[in-house]
Design a protein around this ligand. Structure first.
Ligand code: HEC
Length: 103
């Protein structure tokens, strides 16, 4: 019984650990993902006139727009290409980060 059960348990533990690691993204990591948006959307998402501000926009609204860019549902010149470069989890983390920034 033991030799069969243990590898299964070990695999389950590994799987759980991997799931947890993915759910909790390092805040510093998220900040550096978001920093790549600053060129066009301003420092911390506080855009200059003529660009879309991201700071303080609702998390769900940002996530929806980013997913629409990714799927092609929202027309874009550059954002559809950028959105495809991130996993859904990364986009969710980035959306939460910008939602938490001061307008
Ligand atoms: C090269 C410049 C550039 C970069 C870098 C960039 N964006 Fe954009 N963003 C744009 C442009 C231009 C638009 C308008 C849509 C289009 O033409 O692609 C836009 C639109 C958006 C919108 C929709 C705003 C609205 O209300 O319609 C969101 C959300 C957004 N960007 C998020 C991001 C995030 C998050 C990042 C970083 C991962 C990012 N952008 C990086 C140029 C950029």
């Amino acid at each position: 019984m033991k030799p069969i059960l243990l590898p299964g348990l070990a695999a389950a533990a590994l799987w759980l650990a991997a799931g947890t690691a993915q759910a909790q993204v390092d805040p510093l990591q998220v900040r550096s993902w978001a920093a790549s948006c600053a060129n066009c959307h301003g420092t911390n998402g506080q855009a200059q006139q003529g660009n879309e501000p991201l700071a303080g926009v609702g998390r769900d609204e940002l996530m929806k727009k980013l997913m629409d860019f990714k799927s092609g549902a929202k027309p874009a010149t550059v954002m559809h290409q950028l959105a495809k470069g991130y996993t859904d989890e990364q986009l969710a983390a980035i959306s939460a980060w910008f939602a938490a920034q001061k307008k």
